[in-house]
Ligand binder design. Structure first.
Ligand SMILES: C[S@@+](CC[C@H](N)C(=O)[O-])C[C@H]1O[C@@H](n2cnc3c(N)ncnc32)[C@H](O)[C@@H]1O
Ligand code: SF4
Length: 333
């Protein structure tokens, strides 16, 4: 699958739920609290069919996300089926980490079960090491569970574990160095993400927005100049740097300020309610659930994917186009 601008689409992010056990201020504002009814969510069977069709069209990498994907019942049953789909060779999972350490059966953590089911890499969100600030950001006092979840993920032996930190002025700029040290001690890749205006108006303001440029400066004032690693890539648009004098890598995701952010975009999103979204930062989304449930053939669904990819914008349009009523949690991060 290739779009009009030469982006080759090989990466599908699949959101399996809009539900979550946390309430992050930037993702799911308190006042907008309505879960989608079960029948409006793709079943696992439907999700797997769409993944198979995407794989037939050249998708090789998949990320399961949400909402909090680990809150959906039977998530392991879904994930176990994904490696059986020909063409998919990399499976990632994005999670808030709260449930990774939970035992799914005696002495087997969710993390270990996910690894066993075929997940290669996990991204865990961690915005702060301060338990109280964590509760303020996420609306839940689950910091200890996240730390235990990260330990469980390390013990499970994933090929890659990344920590994702959303930058918030006044909330976590004092956490940059502690988080880098936390990641260093565990040999994890840490990435800093600029806040994107995907949920409410308050999400993004001059007051709370912190750019990658400023973040880098703060980090460099502590460690010295970061060393660019242009040849190191993961699946997404992060740029990576090495901390001088260390093996440690940190990544930066500058969706708002990096003008080249979309140049190498290889992504397509499937929301839990069966919409294909060619770009997170655009209002465009296309309802594939409708033809799917109306009995469309594989060939028709393949054509649907191709038509969506054909409408992928050249770049995101967060600044002009954000949608207060389409929450990040429902789109899938
Ligand atoms: C929507 S979450 C879904 C997966 C999982 N619940 C989690 O928290 O990692 C995926 C990622 O999106 C990030 N995110 C959510 N809202 C955001 C926003 N407004 N700007 C930037 N990143 C955001 C989260 O921090 C998280 O790293
Ligand atoms: S960022 Fe993740 S953990 Fe936080 S509310 Fe959104 S889906 Fe839940």
């Amino acid at each position: 699958m290739q779009d009009r601008f030469g982006h080759r689409i090989s990466y599908l992010r699949v959101s399996i739920t809009d539900r979550c056990n946390e309430r992050c201020t930037y993702c799911m504002p308190h006042e907008l609290q309505e879960w989608l009814p079960r029948e409006e969510i793709l079943t696992y069977e439907e999700t797997l069919r769409l993944i198979r069709i995407a794989a037939e069209l050249g998708v090789t990498k998949l990320r399961v996300t949400g909402g909090e994907p680990l809150t959906r019942r039977g998530v392991l049953d879904l994930i176990r089926e994904i490696p059986k789909i020909p063409g998919i060779y990399s499976i990632g999972l994005s999670t808030n980490g709260t449930l990774l350490g939970r035992e799914v059966k005696p002495r087997v953590t969710m993390a270990a079960a996910l690894r066993d089911a075929g997940v290669h890499s996990v991204n865990v969100s961690l915005d702060t090491l301060d338990r109280h600030v964590y509760s303020e950001i996420t609306g839940r006092d689950l910091h200890a569970q996240v730390l235990a979840g990260i330990d469980a993920a390390i013990a499970a032996g994933f090929a890659q574990i990344k920590l994702n930190t959303v930058l918030m002025r006044g909330r976590n700029e004092d956490q940059l160095i502690p988080l880098i040290e936390f990641a260093a001690a565990r040999n994890l890749i840490l990435r800093f993400i600029e806040m994107m205006p995907v949920s409410t108006t308050e999400v993004l303001s001059e007051k709370n927005f912190m750019s990658i440029l400023e973040t880098k400066r703060l980090i460099e004032s502590h460690y010295g100049n970061l060393i660019p690693e242009p040849s190191f890539h993961t699946n997404g648009p992060a740029t990576y740097y090495q901390i001088p004098g260390r093996e440690q890598r940190v990544g930066f995701i500058g969706a708002m300020t990096n003008l080249h952010f979309c140049e190498s975009c290889n992504k397509l999103r499937l929301t839990c309610d069966g919409k294909l979204r060619p770009c997170l930062g655009s209002y465009l989304e296309f309802d594939i659930m409708k033809p799917l449930r109306a009995g469309a053939s594989d060939a028709e669904l393949r054509q649907f994917f191709l038509d969506v990819v054909d409408r992928k914008p050249e770049q995101h349009d967060f600044r002009n186009n954000y949608q207060p009523d389409r929450k990040m949690i429902a789109i899938g991060g």
